[in-house]
Design a protein around this ligand. Structure first.
Ligand SMILES: Cc1ncc(COP(=O)(O)O)c(C=O)c1O
Length: 407
């Protein structure tokens, strides 16, 4: 590089930094954590590293890679997710979505005529990849909590007897952080004698900590999972989107191809692959370990409890699944507030997600903003003001809060 930036361009970068500093401190509605410091890794940005090929394969002629670190990360998560020793394989993806694609791709290679069962609360990437892979979709109703409706699943399985079943389980749905139970799902398959089946777990947000929850959700390899995807930039945190996908090695071996030109196995979705993100994930697991992840979870649960209580005290309509770090704000929040705190919205409901880096002070600032907005609105609405619940939530709101200005 022999040209230097003009002053105008340098200003643009300064503005970007100020902008990102502010916006990163206000991510309440998305699961991405900004709580990380990978400074010791900056020096690796000067190499043209590329993790093309299979990091578990000993060949490969391209050597400017971080395969060794990628393998360590996969080993760590495989152990945490109780994969059988010597029967797992995986790689660092571009994010949870790519892991969904990989899981479904493997399932399709094993069961081309399989039917994919997924709940209406599944991430939007699932339907897209079913379409991309030319698989047959079967959408299942969700319970009001967002968890899959097991009765509906059984009904639809019964209707499709004779076809292999590819089940997608959500271990933390996008909006409500509901967790499906793969043991219950598997029981349905066993009851109807469906021997050809594949279970993919989309654990994008919760996968890196769900093993430390009590009660522990049923989704790991010892409980019947065939593949699990986790996002790296969510609970763990990363400046570059990434994820971890782990599958059973004996399944993956049915589909991998040896590629002469790189002297490696082609078993990833992409050819050239990010080699910085495996380093980032490696640094995170080495500095945190399982105890660090577990501690972070408990800190987040503490802040989530605090946030929920705070909302309740402020009489703001909120709802939360048990043990979830996601709190739904049922009352409608203005576009300005959604913009300020980057709150995603679905069917008029937004949510806040407590992940590492979200402090009680941030929660206080957010609740104050919502309170101010409601107080501003107060004179314009006739009393009593009851922010209506979305009908779906009426019946089962264990944590229902109603804002009533008469109180
Ligand atoms: C349940 C679920 N699955 C998959 C994804 C996609 O993950 P990523 O953004 O890492 O591709 C998300 C994203 O929020 C999600 O909530």
């Amino acid at each position: 590089m022999n040209r230097i930036l003009t002053l105008e361009d340098q200003d643009k970068l300064t503005e970007l930094e100020i902008y990102l500093e502010d916006r990163s401190a206000h991510i309440l509605g998305y699961p991405c954590s900004h709580y990380f410091d990978y400074t010791p890794l900056y020096k690796f940005l000067k190499y043209p590293i590329n993790n093309i090929g299979d990091s578990f394969y000993s060949g490969g002629t391209f050597e400017v890679n971080t395969h060794l670190f990628e393998r360590d990360v996969i080993d760590f998560f495989a152990q945490m997710l109780k994969a059988q020793e010597n029967n797992y394989w995986g790689y660092i993806t571009n994010g949870g979505s790519e892991g969904n694609l990989y899981g479904l791709y493997l399932a399709k290679r094993m069961y081309p005529s399989g039917i994919v069962y997924f709940s209406e609360d599944a991430h939007y990437s699932i339907e897209k990849y079913i379409d991309l892979l030319g698989l047959k979709p079967q959408k299942i109703n969700s319970q009001k909590s967002g968890e899959i409706d097991y009765e509906d699943l059984e009904e639809k399985v019964k209707f499709n007897l004779g076809f292999p079943a590819i089940l997608v389980a959500n271990i933390g749905t996008t909006m409500k952080e509901a967790k499906d139970d793969i043991q219950q799902m598997k029981q349905i398959l066993d009851k109807h004698n469906i021997k050809n089946h594949y279970i993919h777990c989309d654990a994008a947000f919760c996968g890196s900590y769900a093993q430390f929850l009590s009660p522990k959700p049923h989704f790991d390899f010892s409980e019947g999972a065939d593949s699990i995807t986790i996002s790296g930039h969510k609970f763990i945190g990363s400046p570059i989107p990434c994820g971890i996908v782990i599958v059973l090695k004996h399944n993956k071996e049915r589909v991998s191809n040896y590629i002469n030109v790189i002297d490696s196995l082609d078993d990833t979705i992409m050819g050239s692959r990010n080699a910085i993100t495996p380093l980032i994930m490696w640094y995170a697991i080495k500095t945190l370990g399982t105890s660090g992840l577990s501690n972070r979870l408990h800190e987040c649960l503490d802040v989530a409890d605090y946030a929920f209580e705070k909302l309740k005290t402020a009489k703001i309509n909120a709802w939360r699944n048990p043990n979830a770090l996601t709190i739904l704000i049922i009352s409608s929040v203005s576009k300005e507030l959604r913009q300020k705190w980057q709150l995603a919205m679905h069917n008029g409901i937004s949510h806040i997600i407590v992940k590492p880096g979200i402090t009680k002070e941030i929660i206080d600032a957010f609740v104050l903003d919502v309170e101010k907005e409601f107080d501003f609105l107060k004179p314009e609405v006739s009393k009593p003001v009851v922010f209506t619940m979305v009908p779906d939530f009426e019946a089962q709101n264990q944590h229902k809060i109603t804002r009533d200005n008469n109180k």
